[in-house]
Design a protein around this ligand. Sequence first.
Ligand SMILES: Cc1ncc(COP(=O)(O)O)c(C=O)c1O
Length: 472
Amino acid sequence: MASHLYQSIANDLEKKIRQSVYTNGEKLPSVRKLSQQQSVSVSTVLMAYNLLEDRDLIEVRPKSGYYVRSPAQQTFEAPQLKHGSVTPKLVSTSALVMDVMRSSSNPRCISFGAAAPGSDFPILTQLKKTFAQLIRSKPFLGQGYSTGLGDEKLRRALAKRAADAKVSVHADEIVIASGCQSAVGLCLKVLCEPGDIVAVESPSYYGLLQLIESMGLKAIEIPSDPHSGLSIEALKLALEQWPIKTVLGVPNFNNPLGAQMPERSKQALVELINEYEISFIEDDIYGELGFSDKRPTAVKHYDTEGRVLLCSSASKMLEPQLGLGWILPGQFMQQIEYERFLSTSNQFCLPQMAVAEVLARSTFDRHLRLARESYRQRRDRMFELIAQHFPAETRLSSPQGGFVAWLQLPNQMNATDLYVKAKESGIIIAPGEIFSSNANKFKSSVRLTYSNIWTPEREKAITSLGNLVKEM
Ligand SMILES: Cc1ncc(COP(=O)(O)O)c(C=O)c1O
């Protein structure tokens, strides 16, 4: 009986660790407290903790207590989910998207899923220090609502940086939002009515597709080339056939292909939207992360009629948790400001103040140089590993910036099945079907994020992924 008791206490704690109720490095209840909570003897609790130590899940720290081990210390093979527990729920793309997002943030998994930036850059320490200084020196609470366009110092810093993308803008022509996705959402709200048609690249970042779907809009998918991005020819044809309300695209290093639109296409795009008297929502979130020395221009550079609404954020070049984006709305300034008031009028000012400080320093340019070079090297390493461990027929995009790559698996393999199988081994990828409104279109494709430093565990995960592909 006693042996069952300690096992069941251990199993219960293991479940809580796997569900991240107790997270990495967190202290578990003391032996005395747990024995009181569970009404069992101290020795039963000690046996339960010993069992969890044997399972590599916790560690004892002398004179301190029991702690959850970090995933790097835990054995990588630890299965995350029981076989088949995900498959029946994947009934719609939005369910699959949420599953990928949830799994990507599970600290016990090795993730190539969500497109989060690398977590090892010194700028993050500088950002933390900046937060601490601001908290000490600025009266950031008790200031009422932060109405209007957002922090002025930040808008001034953004206006200065826009010059690198050859965009000339005044601080008062910029509206702060709570992330790039939410910035695009504000633009769609201003530009479209439910039922309207939005032209998007195909494949396209799933967050943008979900946004379109959730607002009752229809997406028309325009083919995107792995090198040159959105096809202007195909867009022209679509504009001739359909009453397209607006075009939404990521011209610089799009997600998931990493493609970069040539300058002449950017120019042609503006000419087209002028001709049809529509608008272009330019998502420039990866614009600063190209692998060449020169930052590419934005489509907005060619905008002569204020029809380009440029959206971006600090999520990829700094940190997504900041929840900080911005819009250069051109002729739609007033409407965007009003939508911001309706949806995000009380955005927390501290991240805005911190990012304003960081952007204004020369260390930020140093950070960008380091990030670009690191991502280029990390891409190259991923490609080497894929060449070594995946079937020879696997096809790869050649990202020219950013930190995501697009793979085409051989033999029309089902990438969602691969996602489910890989997840059982604690490896998270993004299956191709979520990058289109047509679930079959990219059934054999996969997006992999390479932003993080290559550790032996991450390299081993790519080997395991390659082996899974070969087995399937
Ligand atoms: C192209 C693109 N736009 C927008 C977003 C979301 O940006 P944010 O986190 O700033 O809302 C992402 C995130 O992956 C993205 O890849």
